[in-house]
Design a protein around this ligand. Structure first.
Ligand SMILES: [Zn+2]
Length: 133
């Protein structure tokens, strides 16, 4: 996995969607304790598969090692904003709140908003369903 600084380098810029994706992946790793790079699988539903929403995907890739190249991350269009991460030790589901999306879109300072994402508990931004063992 990449640390957050390298995730910014990988993605090319910092922003709240990247920061949130990274934080979601970090949480999933902590709960699911993957033993190898293929242990986790991520399935992501987005209402719109376009920027800036898709920036969340790079955050998830960097913090989980679920990557497009390895095929253990999948993105689908859906009627909500949902991330499901699954491994040998169970599954965690993150539903990104509509108010989170609206808040991110209303902010001009991407770096400052990314900082807020990192400073606040994940539950401020998403509804969590934890099915980890
Ligand atoms: Zn971005």
């Amino acid at each position: 996995m990449l640390d957050y600084k390298h995730a910014i380098d990988f993605h090319g810029h910092e922003g709240p969607f990247l920061a949130l994706g990274y934080k979601i992946g970090e949480y999933a790793r902590k709960k699911l304790k993957p033993s190898g790079i293929m242990d986790l699988r991520a399935l992501i539903f987005l209402k719109k598969i376009e920027k800036p929403y898709t920036c969340v995907l790079d955050g998830i890739q960097c913090s989980t090692t679920c990557t497009l190249g390895k095929g253990n991350i999948e993105v689908r269009e859906g009627d909500g904003w949902r991330v499901e991460i699954e491994g040998k030790n169970g599954k965690v589901i993150f539903v990104i709140k509509e108010e989170t999306i609206e808040y991110f879109l209303s902010r001009d300072d991407l770096e400052r908003t990314a900082e807020e994402v990192r400073e606040n508990p994940l539950e401020r931004w998403v509804f969590l369903q934890d099915f980890s063992n």
